[in-house]
Design a protein around this ligand. Sequence first.
Ligand code: FPP
Length: 248
Amino acid sequence: MSELTEITQKPPLEHLAIIMDGNGRWAKQRELPRIAGHQQGVEAVTQIVDECVRHGIRFLSLFAFSSENWGRPRQEVDALMGLLLQYLSSQRQKMLAEGIRLRVIGDLSRLSEPVQAALADAERETSQGQTLTLILALSYGGRDEIMRATKKVAQQALDGHLDINQLDNRSFSTFLDTGDLPEPDLMIRTSGEVRISNFLLWQAAYAELYFTDVFWPDFDAVELQKALDDYLRRKRRFGLTDDQVKGE
Ligand code: FPP
């Protein structure tokens, strides 16, 4: 079995989630403006998307802009939104040709009209993609997502469309932004920080975590392979015993 096939077999890696961190520090090390780090970060995104396609990973979630990132200087927020728009237009042809489907999660109502429109267009145009679903978390916070889902549940109950006693983990998760998506199997964070910072809080309950000191702009195919190799050595038990997992 080739290395590439193996990654889709044991343990299965259907969904990879990444907290892309360290763009600012990457730029600072080189005495460049922070935005240069974000620009280089987009190059890393492009490469990692290609690698996920090559590895047969079906879902890739990227934490591109958190609810808290709105507090950054206006110039940096605007630059990040500009990079996002550029990314969408530059990748459009490739996404269509390679069957990459775009999905966006987060409180999109806070994004500007042009950004919302570009995202909606890209989601619609790529909706038939079967190879990889690229999930961009924008204006996203895990607690905020859970809170918005809870409000939807409460409203449905108030309207008499939902019996609260029937609600369980599975049905609740359908109210999240990721309602129809599988949970992440592996979550990577770059730049040496060892926390998940409000990313996919509900969904990552059983995700394997991988932390690397490498700054996001330097995260490439080789670094991804290291993370995948590490994941392959993990034993996933989901709260069960070893024997149960082996089916003995
Ligand atoms: C964290 O680095 C990164 C972000 C807040 C933004 C991530 C955005 C990109 C990689 C570019 C845009 C993405 C797409 C999909 C087009 P940081 O700025 O917090 O770095 P620092 O902790 O070193 O300051």
